[in-house]
Structure formats: C-alpha cells, structure tokens
Ligand binder design. Structure first.
Ligand code: NFS
Length: 653
C-alpha cells in the first residue's frame, strides 16, 4: 500500500491502479518502474546529434577537476559538456515552440476559414475580443462586417509563422521596457517558424558551439511561443469559441457514468471537441444512444482539450495526464478520442484489455492499433457525429468488469485575463487596480503561476498540492493552467470556500470580498499567454514598477515532463519571471550552463531559473523572490503592518 500511495495522492488513481493490476492492464506507472531514466541523459549529458556518437559525457570525478581531466570529458567532435547541455536545451525549447506554434498555425488558418464562411457550424463568438485585436494590430474596423475584419486579422496572424524579418506583432503588447530589453539583447523573435528552424540549424553538429550564444537562442525561440504561437492560439480560440467566464463543473474519473455512453476527448486543439459537444447534445445522437440501451451520451475531457472544453462549456474533466489510461481501466469508456500532443501510445495497449476504442482524428497524430477517423472542419458536424456513432455502437460491447471510482470534485473554472479584469474592477471599470492595491497594501503578498504536467517520476499530483497549499497559506494568489490546474481542482482548491480553509488571512479576505477561489484556473497550457497578459496588465495599472521583472510574482512547474514545459518556463524567465522546476533539471550535468541560467539570467533578463524537487522548499524560494520584489518596490512595510493588525485582531477574539 505504501508503494501504491507513493504513486499518487489521488484516491481514484490508486483505485484504478489496483484494478489495472487485477485486469492485467499495463499503464504508465508500471512502465516507469520497469524503464528507469538514463542518468547521463537526465543530466543533459548525452549528445546524439550525429552518428559518431551518441557521446555520453561522464560527470567530473571530483570537485577540483584538472584541465587534463576536463579535456577528456568531451564528445568525439570535441563538444564540451557546456555545448552539449545547451544544445540539448535549445532543442527542447524549439520542440515546445514547434508544438504550440503548429497548434497556433492551425487555429489561425481555421480562423480564416471561419471568417470566409468555409467552416460551417462555427462563427465569431466574441465580437469584443475581435475588435480589440483589430485595434491592437492596426486593422481597420470602420463600418466593415466582423467577417471582413476577421479575414484581415487572420491573414496577419497566419503570416506571423512564416515571417522572415522584423519582429512578432504581439511583442508590442509587453511593457515597453521589456520590449526594449529584448531588442537590446537581440532576442526579439522575427517569425515563429524561422526561430524553430534556426534553432535546429544552430544545434546541428558543428554549428553554434558557444553555450551563452546557444542559450540566447533558447530565449528567442521560446519568446516565439509565449508572445507568438501560444498567444495567437489563445486569442483566436477565444474569438471563435468565446472568452471563458467563471462556471461550475466537476473533475475526476467519477464523472464517467455507468448508464451512458462515455466518450473522452483528449489532446489539445479544441475545434473537434467543440463540435463533439454540439453533436453529443443533438436529439438524433441521443435517440441513437437510447436505441442501444444507454441513457444518454456523456462527454468528458482529458489533458488540455479538457481544459478548453471546461473553460468554455463546463464539460467535466475525467483527469490529468497520468490518468489517461486509467479512464480505460474503468471498463466504462466507449471511446477515447484524441487529437494532438500528450497522448500516450500506451492507450492502445491498455485498451486491448477492455472494449474501449481509441480513435485518432488528426492527420499529424496517428497511432498504430488505433482507429483513424479524420476530422474535417468543412464538414465538422458530420465528422463529430460519425465519431460519436462509433462510440455509441461500442456501448453494447461494454463488459461486466466495470468499476467507476466515486471521486469527483466540484470546481470553478474560466478565469481568463479579461474575466479577472471584470471580477476585480466590475463590468464598467474593468481593471487590475484592485489586485494591484491589495498587493500594495499587503493583503495579497504576490502572485504565482503553478503550471505544467504530471510525471510518474514523482508522486502524482503531490508536488502541485504541497506547493499550492504552501503558497496560498502565505497569501500568494495562485494562477494555474494545464494538468497542474486539474490536480488542484481535484483537491477542492478551486472553490471559493477553499480560501477560508487554506489561504492566509489576507488572501482569504480578498477572495471572500470578490467571491473567487484562492487558486484560479486560467485554461490550457497555451493559455499561459493569458498569464503574460495578466502580468502586463498589472504593470500597466501602475504602482508595481514598470516591467514584469519588477512585480512580486513567480512561476513553477513542480511535476513537469514535456518539452513544451521547458519552452513555457523559458519564455516566463525571458519575460522577467523567476521560475522554479521540480522533478529534474535538464542541464544539471554542466555547472557553467546551469549557473548561467540560474544566476546570470537574472542580470540579463530580470528573471531566472531555479531547480528544487521539494515542492514546499520550492514554494519558499518563490515567496522569498516575491518578498525581494516587494522590498525593492518599497511595499514590504505595508505587509508587516497588515500582519500586525491581524495579530492584534486575533488577540481581541
Ligand atoms: Ni501542458 Fe497540456 Fe498536461 Fe503537460 Fe501535456 S496536457 S499542453 S504538456 S501533460 S500540462
């Protein structure tokens, strides 16, 4: 049992692990035990970029390495540990930008198709956001129709990917000082694709071999994600599908139903999922499900597609990254419908033990052994209905070996950057002023973004929970996205009452006054761009310095695993935010590279990296950074006074 508990702190997950073992189904937790990580690769010291290797560079023998010893610790081409480490890091950052960028590109083209009326069933839902974006990008509005304006915007956004010169349009949204810094450092990205391509070239054998220059490229290619690909995806999705606003939903495997057709949508790009939501509610599909003996059709989400569906429609979430195979283990899942990213190939193997159909839908992501039913946006409703029909047909194959865990937790989600604006300032004077004021007066100590994945190398969900609880206890407002948001939601932290139960007095008093939870769900991982916008809004509202690096804010990914997480962390750092990662650190094999990113980056970018596997210690690194910024802003005394007042108040009771 002790060993089981170490795998997860989530009861539903533990219960399904037990069932998987009984059923002989293999899942990620077990594979992580049998496949140990390569220690040299984990430290970033394996270079597999050419066929003279792979070269595995051993760590130094002792603390005082002689020049002779050091000269031997190189690859066949002579590449030093610094070069190998930095090159590997740049490639990870480029892969993250490529993934989010490809998502953003698909969305930009989809936006163009919607605006031209070539994607029936979709429309422009958020006119206000469309017009705001037109103003931001200098697109004429006049008396033109929304569609005409949208076509111009979409064309501009599509061009951002292939642009060869100049700089990304959204960089202009950042505080002026930050923009100047990026230009001075030569890290302002030109286009999204060119930065990815150049990163691949620079890291090819025998090209860029100066670790500082390579890391500069890591910064540049990551900025092309945060202020490029990801931001484009978020903006466009909000315009087409609606900007999220707070709503109530539920999370965990208990959202599956024993008398309905269960379908999970898993992946990242929401256009199919949006149409699945419409199709699942259509009378003909419901009637069809009833004809097969089911009471209805139950749609749930997994990973970031889940976040997208949750934020806009309140579709419940079945679980986060490490729970994907466990949804199949319930024996109650008719179809696992996937699009792109974070989809484990193991799903197909797990499904062998049950009746679940794994259905791939995207031409870029096929899996051997899965059923491929390509989704076409020009006949979206038909595509979605065909998939749902296949799931309904599979209902009759559901066996008797069904166990759905009871766990499901209520949650409030839907905190877009715009919503926070309205909630804090009211509809007619939307602003971040109240947030800034409460930071200045010390009720809120600072703001932390806790984001990223699950990783079976650490106890599932535990790093997130320990960190988030420590932060809110210390009056730090927490913003979340991705699979970490789900971990908090499962534990009930995304309910307003969590403020009284878990937050410090100062933060709790603000949450109670506004009616928000102490932990705000801001969406999928691409929506970390919302966090950049929120940070910028805080700067622009005044009183907290004139750059993001002046703000009392910090970020973390306590259970990260994906290359996308590296990219997100790197653009946060390059935007001026102190960022702590847990699990492991991919450049740890080179002290020079690691020191440069952990220390020198602060001098250059105002933000820097840190690595701390203990989530509570990591939370305190973040709090210390927040306090350092409060002191620099001269608002540290205000907080002392507030604390004194509260202590006095307690004495009176
Ligand atoms: Ni983010 Fe979303 Fe989850 Fe990690 Fe994967 S789903 S894009 S990469 S695992 S948080």
């Amino acid at each position: 049992m002790a060993e089981k508990e170490a795998k997860s702190i989530d009861q539903a997950t533990l219960e399904m692990l037990e069932k998987a073992a009984q059923d002989g189904a293999r899942v990620v937790f077990e594979r992580a035990e049998t496949t140990r990580p390569c220690p040299i690769g984990a430290d970033g010291m394996c270079c597999s970029l050419c066929a003279m290797g792979p070269c595995r560079v051993q760590p130094p023998k002792g603390k005082e390495e002689t020049l002779e010893e050091r000269r031997k610790r190189v690859g066949v081409c002579g590449a030093t540990p610094e070069t190998i480490s930095a090159r590997n890091f740049v490639r990870k950052a480029a892969a993250g930008t490529a993934s989010h960028g490809d998502h953003g590109r698909v969305m930009a083209k989809f936006f163009l198709a919607v605006a031209k009326g070539e994607a029936p069933g979709y429309e422009i839902k958020d006119e206000q956001k469309l017009l705001q974006l037109a103003l931001d990008l200098g697109v004429t509005i006049g008396d033109r129709s929304n569609e005409e304006v949208a076509i111009d915007i979409a064309n501009l956004l599509v061009k951002e990917f292939g642009k060869q010169e100049g700089e990304l349009l959204f960089l202009k949204r950042a505080p002026l000082k930050r923009q100047e810094l990026w230009r001075k450092q030569g890290v302002a990205p030109r286009g999204i694709d060119i930065e990815v391509a150049e990163s691949m070239h620079r890291t090819h054998m025998g090209t860029d071999q100066d670790y500082q220059d390579l890391l500069k490229n890591a910064v540049k290619v990551s900025l092309a994600d945060g202020w490029g690909g990801s931001m484009i995806a978020t903006e466009v999705q909000d315009i087409i599908f609606g900007t999220p606003a707070p709503l109530l939903s539920q999370i965990n495997l208990g959202v599956l139903k024993d008398d309905e057709v269960n379908i999970i949508i898993h992946g990242h790009e929401p256009q199919l999922a949006e149409m699945m939501a419409v199709a699942a509610q259509s009378p003909d599909m419901i009637a069809y499900a009833k004809s097969k003996g089911a009471k209805g059709i139950n749609l749930a989400g997994m990973c970031c597609t889940a976040n997208e569906m949750l934020m806009r429609h309140g579709v419940p979430i079945a679980g986060n990254f490490l729970q994907q195979e466990l949804a199949i283990v319930t024996g109650a899942l008719e179809a696992m419908v996937v699009d792109v990213q974070c989809i484990m190939q193991g799903l197909v193997d797990t499904a062998r033990c049950y009746h679940t159909k794994v259905i791939t839908t995207d031409p870029r992501a096929k899996i051997q052994g899965a059923t491929h039913m390509e989704f076409h946006e020009h006949e979206a409703l038909e595509s979605a209905k065909a998939i749902i029909k296949m799931a309904v047909d599979n209902f009759v194959n559901r066996g008797k070996n069904v166990r759905i865990p009871k766990q499901k937790t209520d949650m409030i989600a839907g905190f877009s950057h715009e919503t926070i604006n309205y909630l804090l300032g009211g509809l007619f004077r939307a602003s971040y002023r109240p947030l800034n004021d409460n930071i200045i007066n010390g009720r809120i100590r600072g703001v932390a973004a806790v984001v990223g994945c699950n990783n079976p190398r650490v106890t599932h969900d535990s790093g997130n929970l320990a960190m988030v609880k420590e932060l809110i206890k210390n009056d730090v407002l927490v913003l979340q996205t991705g699979c970490m948001a789900m971990a908090s939601a499962k534990a009930g932290l995304m309910l307003p009452e969590a403020a009284v139960q878990f937050a410090g007095d100062g933060l709790a008093s603000v949450c109670e006054a506004v009616g928000i939870p102490p932990v705000l769900h801001m969406g999928a991982c691409i929506d970390n761009s919302r966090i950049l916008m929120s940070a910028t809004a805080m700067v622009k509202d005044g009183g907290l310095g004139d750059d993001i690096s002046d703000l009392p804010v910090a970020a973390a990914a306590p259970e990260w695993m994906s290359e996308k997480a590296i990219t997100i962390g790197q653009y946060a750092v390059a935007s001026g935010i102190f960022t702590v990662f847990g699990v492991n650190w991919p450049t740890i094999g080179s002290k020079e590279v690691t020191d440069f990113m952990f220390k020198d980056f602060e001098e250059i970018y105002g933000g820097m990296w840190a690595f701390e596997p203990d989530p509570v210690k990591a939370a305190h690194l973040m709090i210390a950074h927040i306090d350092k910024k409060r002191k620099a802003l001269g608002i540290d005394k205000a907080r002392e006074r507030v604390l004194y007042d509260m202590a006095m108040r307690r004495e009176l009771v």
